[in-house]
Design a protein around this ligand. Structure first.
Ligand SMILES: *Cc1c(COP(=O)(O)O)cnc(C)c1O
Length: 411
């Protein structure tokens, strides 16, 4: 940062502080990963300078020779990686990717059926506070009260009752695989489109370690910075017949110029995701998440839906009489970073919650395995059970620092 440290020592200092924070804490936030240095170089590159409204070969600015080549490369790699018919790499984030999909084939006021936010869905799936909820008439399906798995029968019933134009699957705090084939049949029965938002699990899908929604869906959206481990940004996959509609819903429909530096980062992340090391990493992410679930269960916590089949675990703290908000802050004080999370039918509001969400991506990327997962779960339990004993919390902090030193973020 030779320029930045000269021109803006305040921002440079904050970046240094943030780097130290990441190095010296354990990141269990399921929506985060570790950004590879090559991706960061692409993000910070000269492509940030270029304005390139439009698409390769059809720009509204001159000088797009390399911009076109870059965007084409990103699209080509995205198609290869996900076996997709059409890929749009311009969406600035996951939420704008979803917005573009809705507006590509629907009219304002049309009905959409999606997963309830409090059962694991996402704000951009029709929350009242989101523009998506203001523009379309959303109905929501739930998880079964007993199994806490998506109630597919209810999805079918709601689909027949409301006849939505689109069904949305995908979630931000759901630890189980989704039956895309069954959802596609339900959507097909009422001639509705199927959108799968695989933001959290795109890396697992790319590596082929869990099933892909692409063969079953009209549209698939995702972010590149969760398990896919790239830079921040969104991507839309669609069937070829919707290619034009998707592209024009992104630009000029809902965005202006694409962020070419982000597109460069997307191209790099797609390439990294094709390597065999990436597959190994994603397998280990699954293994570690399953290990977290098993360890928390052994210590008397309740695992929502009983187990995990992806990179995240939703832990119900009520067996120990704990609250998510308290757990989040106690753990942050000892260097373990995770978020409180509502669990299905949570008696607590989102500001408090009865649960915490644990993701295995970042610690796995640091090289940690089951032995460290057992250790970390032990440390979390210790901190939570003795949250008022300063000497215990100090002991846990020291152990966290030790683990961080043994497993540097960038090796
Ligand atoms: C994270 C997430 C998104 C949103 O991504 P942003 O880039 O923050 O807009 C969308 N959908 C789901 C299911 C997510 O988990």
């Amino acid at each position: 940062m030779q320029w930045l440290s000269r021109h803006d020592s305040e921002v440079a200092q904050l970046i240094n502080n943030e780097e130290a924070r990441i190095n010296n804490t354990l990141d269990l936030i399921a929506a985060e990963s570790i950004t590879p240095p090559s991706v960061m170089e692409a993000l910070g590159s000269i492509f940030n300078t270029k304005a390139a409204e439009g698409y390769p070969g059809k720009r509204f600015h001159a000088g797009c020779r390399y911009a076109d080549a870059l965007e084409k490369l990103a699209i080509l790699r995205g198609k290869q990686l996900f076996k997709a018919e059409h890929v749009n790499v311009q969406a600035h984030c996951g939420s704008s990717a979803n917005l573009a999909v809705y507006f590509s084939v629907l009219q304002p006021g049309d009905g959409i059926l999606s997963m309830k936010l409090s059962h694991g869905g996402h704000l951009s799936h029709g929350a009242a506070a989101s523009i998506t909820g203001k523009c379309f008439r959303f109905q929501h399906y739930s998880v079964d009260p007993e199994t806490e798995v998506i109630d597919y029968e209810e999805v079918g019933n709601l689909a027949q009752k409301y006849r939505p134009k689109m069904i949305v699957a995908g979630a931000s705090s759901y630890a189980r695989l989704i039956d895309y084939e069954r959802l596609a049949r339900i959507a097909n029965d009422i001639s509705a489109y199927l959108l799968v938002d695989m933001a959290h699990i795109a890396g697992l899908v790319a590596a082929g370690v869990i099933p892909s929604p692409v063969p079953y869906s009209d549209f698939v959206t995702f972010t590149t910075y969760k398990t896919l481990m790239g830079g921040r940004g969104g991507v839309i996959i669609s069937r070829k017949k919707y290619a034009k509609k998707i592209d024009s819903a992104v630009f000029p429909g809902s965005q202006g110029t694409p962020a070419l530096n982000q597109i460069a980062a997307k191209a790099v992340c797609f390439k990294l995701a094709m390597a065999s090391e990436f597959e190994t990493l994603q397998k280990n992410i699954l293994k570690n998440a399953a290990c977290f679930a098993g360890e928390f269960a052994k210590k008397g916590y309740r695992i929502v839906s009983g187990r995990t089949e992806n990179h995240l675990v939703l832990v119900d703290l009520r067996p120990w009489g704990l609250k998510g908000s308290r757990a989040e802050s106690v753990l942050e004080s000892v260097g373990i970073i995770l978020n409180r999370n509502v669990i299905p039918r949570d008696p607590q509001p989102p500001s408090v919650t009865s649960g915490i969400r644990i993701g295995s991506t970042a610690v796995t990327a640091r090289g940690m395995g089951p032995a460290e997962v057992v250790r970390i779960t032990g440390l979390i339990d210790k901190a939570l059970q003795h949250d008022h004993r300063k000497e215990v919390l100090q002991e846990v902090s020291a152990a966290v620092v030790g683990l961080c030193l043994a497993f540097p973020v960038y090796r």
